[in-house]
Structure formats: structure tokens, C-alpha cells
Ligand binder design. Sequence first.
Ligand SMILES: C[S@@+](CC[C@H](N)C(=O)[O-])C[C@H]1O[C@@H](n2cnc3c(N)ncnc32)[C@H](O)[C@@H]1O
Length: 311
Amino acid sequence: MNIALISNESYLEYYAKPVLKWAGGKGMLLPQITKHLPTKLKFGAIKRYIEPFVGGGAVFFELANNYNFEDAYLFDINPELVILYNVIKNNVEDLIAELSVLQQSYIIAQDKNVFYYALRDEYNQFDKNVDANKYTTDFIRRAALTVCLNRTCFNGLFRVNSKGLFNVPVGKYKNPRILDENNLREVSKALQCATILQTDFASALDYVNSDTFIYYDPPYRPINASSFNSYAVSEFNDDEQKRLKNIFAKADKLGALQMLSNSDPTNSNPKDMFFDGLYRDYKIHRIWAKRMINADPNGRDGVRELLITNY
Ligand SMILES: C[S@@+](CC[C@H](N)C(=O)[O-])C[C@H]1O[C@@H](n2cnc3c(N)ncnc32)[C@H](O)[C@@H]1O
């Protein structure tokens, strides 16, 4: 566990926290998620952590700050996240050096838009079919651009077109923090116990044992048709939600303790009991959330969300 330092910068400087802004990031919900964690985890009897939709990693970093896992398995279908986390794990000082140059170049750039679009073009030259699980130090520059673009693009969105090209326009920031070296080092420490893979969530079953806690945060089922839930080229439709429930049920039989987040369809249609039906054999908690990243400006208002547990 890291030592808290009381200073003007706040003790949080010395805890790992997400490196990226990420749609659906769970930072704001951590107090409620923490409240519903299994007692076995709080007593230190959970040795293995699996997060099959890791995204920005808010929940993993929070737990890594507070509990000592022997191992963690972090998955995402998005290759850029996997590349970034493996670079932070293996070559954090090289990444810091790259980001330091990018931060300085941004400050002195006369035209921030030209700077941004040049980096975006460079980013889109990288091989979109790369095997993100085959680590190489060539990934360091790619990971640096993921961070830099995330810090300077519109709303911190990650969006790609059908060819896999990153197409988010420039954002408006006076002084974006491209490099946060203390945090990168803390994140690197937190990731030392982690295996980070680009893979489908179903791979979680390969790693489950009876000392495992799994937290699932899939792309949310849209609460209305225009809601944003496209993180990569593929869509996460109701068949995917059902496939996920089957994985949840199998991991339950294998003895894992599990928590799953999703949207609550009863926000817009009180009769829509999709998740209540799907997860009827488990516990369904309704919590209150504010949405920060959403293509629909109305989506910034508070909504009920679901936390489903098997304990
Ligand atoms: C709601 S986000 C997770 C947010 C994360 N909890 C956070 O705090 O930032 C969902 C993630 O699932 C990933 N994803 C989508 N389909 C997937 C699949 N079939 N298997 C694994 N990951 C998937 C997306 O790339 C995205 O990063």
C-alpha cells in the first residue's frame, strides 16, 4: 500500500489513478462500488483480481491502492489500452521521457490545432491490426500519443471510424496536463502484478479460481437509442449482454465473487426489466450516478445504474 502524503497537492498524488479520461470511467462511482465490495476482499482473503473490461482502470487502481493482490488480469478489446498499460508496466521511464517532450512541444506550439492534427495523423499511421499482446518497445511512442491525444482531444473521447482510424477532433484546453509523472510511476507499480491482454471478456473464465474477485464494467446498454457506447469498431448489443451473463454464471459456479455494472433501463422505461430478468438469480443494487462523458448533452444529468453481485 502506498503512503499518503499530506500536502497542498493532496495525498492523491501518491495513489495510482487513471491515466486516461475514458467513457464510462468509474471514478465518480468509487464510493458506491467500494461500499458493495465483498467482505472477503476487505479481509485480504482475495488473492486474484480480474477486470475483463478494464477501460480507464478506475476500479483496478482504487483496489490496487488498498489491497495486495498476488495477481491481476486486466482485459480490454481495445488494443491501444493494452499497449499503453503494458508500456507503463514495462517502460515507464521511457514513456515519461516521450511525454515530457510532447508536453514541452505543446507549450511552445504556436497553433495548438496544427500540433494536435499532426499527432493524430502520426497516430493513424500505426498498424491497426497489430498484435497488442506481443510486446515491443516500438509501442512506447504509440502509448505516448494515446495519452497526449486523450489529454488534448475533444472531451477525452476515444472514437475510431470503421477503418479503425482515430477521428476525435481537437479539444479546447488552456493548459492540458499531458505528463503526470508521479501518477505514471504509481500506475506502473500497481501494474506489476497484472497480466494485461487484448482479448474478449470470455477469457476471464481461463483465470478464475475460488480466491478471485471479478469486476465487470461492460459498455452500457443504451438507455435511449442515441446514447454513446461505441469504444471500438464493434457494438455491444443485447446478445452480447446475454453472452456476458453466461460468463457471469459460469464464473459463479467456479467460485468467483463478482460485481457487474450496467445502466438501468428503468430510467427511461419503467417496464424494461431486461437486467432484472437476466440477473434474477443474483443481487441487484440500484445506485445513483452522474454521467460525465456522453454524446447526448442531456445525458449529463443523474441516472440510476445497476450494481449486480453474486454475494
Ligand atoms: C465502460 S468501459 C469500462 C470503463 C472502466 N471501468 C473505467 O473506469 O474506465 C467498457 C470497456 O469495455 C471494452 N470492451 C468492449 N467490448 C469488449 C469485449 N467484448 N471484451 C472486452 N472488452 C470489451 C471497451 O473497449 C471499453 O474500454
